[in-house]
Design a protein around this ligand. Structure first.
Ligand SMILES: Cc1ncc(COP(=O)(O)O)c(C=O)c1O
Length: 401
């Protein structure tokens, strides 16, 4: 049928699009946002396996299963972490949940850093321990011996973050990889705080790396997303099933596009985040109204040597404590102009966060005291603005104390 033979109602739905996917003869420099939720196929295929559709082989049927924009992002994420495979999820939380679900079964045991992102800790206790009969041991992993001591026959997963939030504790990835390996457990590292620009845990022996791409990878505070990177075929197979079918928690095409775009400037941004963070850390460290600064780039940081050894940069996040109480802290925050009070981190803009009343408010006062999260502890995500403007803003706000 020619277009002249079909009615306006049909033209309105189909004209110009049939046969246009993706765009024959057009070589886009930037991967387009492939929003189509479904793809027409040339004919029926009795051998098609929905769970293993390979986008690299042009196998597209339904966007939850495979999508060209997401596929491009997954390739880039894998390459940055030095791996062959990555899967993009709807959030960092979804990436972590899928990874843990891929690895552990009821009756298994997990060894985790006691100082994890609060959401991950809650997931481990309320979902895995309380509902799925998975035992979890939280340990002080700054000393690998504590990880070794917690390992059991049933330990299926060892889970770490380094550096941690907001106390900037580090763990030795290589040493813990050897312990996990010895115990036949999968070793997962949340690499959100440094991004692959400054740390590649797989090269240090980890089996799986996860990211909240919401942070540095996307870098512009306008997308929520997550990723898992691994070369372990057994874990990858489970994760692919969970991402596509078991949970349906894949990243959307538009968020994949935003993250692909953000990653283009990751190396540039990370360098500037680090330069600015180091200057701000040194400035705060020398200020009389500041009692302590937690930044692995400072030689005074107790794990500075480990940071210098296993990282290729110190990152853009630091915490500091004011010589004041909760009221004084609120006054200081109110005097800032360049640091919006907001959770999250890793965007080009600087942010400040008050752990005691924001990210760590679900913890009791006793738990916060035990961890060292006081009412005057603040976390900075240092952005890429001109550092003189950031420093003078902090100096003028500190003068109110
Ligand atoms: C280290 C770390 N991991 C995971 C997450 C969770 O990521 P998302 O908010 O993308 O679910 C966060 C969020 O702040 C985080 O800081």
């Amino acid at each position: 049928m020619n277009d002249s033979d079909v009615r306006r109602e049909t033209l309105a739905v189909t004209h110009g699009e049939r046969g246009q996917a993706p765009a024959p003869g057009v070589e886009d420099v930037v991967v387009p946002v492939h929003l189509s939720s479904t793809y027409s196929v040339p004919s029926i295929d009795p051998d098609a396996d929905l769970e293993t559709l390979d986008p690299d082989a042009g196998e597209y049927l339904y966007s939850r299963l495979s999508n060209p924009t997401r596929n491009a992002l997954e390739h880039r994420l894998a390459a940055l972490e030095g791996a062959d495979h990555a899967l993009a999820f709807v959030s960092g939380t979804a990436a972590i949940a899928a990874t843990m679900t891929a690895v552990v079964r009821p009756g298994d045991h997990i060894v985790a850093f006691e100082d994890l992102y609060g959401g991950t800790k809650t997931m481990l206790t309320r979902l895995f321990a309380d509902r799925l009969n998975v035992d979890v041991s939280f340990v002080d992993a700054t000393d690998p011996e504590n990880v070794a001591a917690a390992m059991r026959e049933e330990t299926a997963l060892v889970w770490m973050e380094t550096p941690t939030n907001p106390l900037m504790h580090l763990c030795d990835i290589e040493a813990i990889a050897a312990i996990a390996d010895e115990g036949d457990a999968v070793f997962g590292v949340d690499n959100t705080f440094l991004s692959p620009q400054f740390q590649t845990p797989l090269s240090l022996g980890a089996d799986v790396v996860v990211h909240s791409t919401t942070k540095y990878l996307n870098g512009h505070s306008d997308s929520i997303g997550g990723a898992v990177v691994t070369d372990r075929e057994d874990v990858l197979e489970e994760l692919t099933f969970l991402q596509r079918v078991g949970m349906g928690s894949m990243l959307s095409p538009f968020d994949s596009y935003l993250t692909l775009r953000g990653i283009k400037t990751l190396p540039l941004r990370m360098r500037q985040h680090e330069t600015n963070a180091m200057e701000i850390a040194e400035f705060l460290d020398s200020h009389e109204a500041v009692t302590r600064v937690l930044y692995p780039g400072l030689e005074s940081h107790p794990q500075h040597d480990l940071a210098a050894r296993q990282q290729s940069g110190f990152g853009g996040v630091l915490s500091f404590e004011l010589d004041t109480d909760l009221d004084g802290t609120a006054e200081f925050l109110g005097a800032l102009r360049e640091f919006p009070l907001a959770v999250s981190l890793g965007g080009v803009e600087s942010l400040i966060e008050h752990p005691a009343t924001m990210t760590h408010s679900p913890l009791s006062q006793t738990e916060r005291d035990a961890l060292g999260i006081s009412d005057s502890l603040l976390r900075l995500s240092v952005g890429v603005e001109h550092v003189d403007d950031l420093r003078s803003d902090l100096a003028s706000a500190l003068s109110v104390l």
